[in-house]
Design a protein around this ligand. Structure first.
Ligand SMILES: [Zn+2]
Length: 90
């Protein structure tokens, strides 16, 4: 989850421990100090109180980039320099 937030240039406006709050990367947040978007980096879940988007890091990446989940997974793995888990290599 931290990697996805890094890629989205998310800047937490507050929070404690694994629970962060900040401006939502999915809708046009009114202010950089917005706390409508909450994310738990330990659980790997996010929720936006404004646009009601929620899910796991992959779903966040897909929503932020308007990609289908499958395409988002490949894109994300490439950006993080990881192999896409389901591709079998000889
Ligand atoms: Zn939102």
């Amino acid at each position: 989850m931290e990697h996805v937030l890094d890629l989205l240039a998310f800047e937490p406006a507050g929070g404690s421990g694994p629970q962060w709050y900040g401006p939502c990367p999915l809708h046009e947040a009114t202010s950089k100090r917005s706390r409508s978007f909450s994310v738990n980096v330990t659980l790997g879940r996010y929720y936006c109180h404004r646009c009601h988007s929620h899910g796991n890091p992959l779903e966040l990446w897909a929503a932020a980039n308007k990609l289908p989940l499958h395409r988002a997974a490949i894109d994300l793995c490439q950006r993080l320099g990881r192999e896409v888990p389901w591709i079998q290599r000889g």
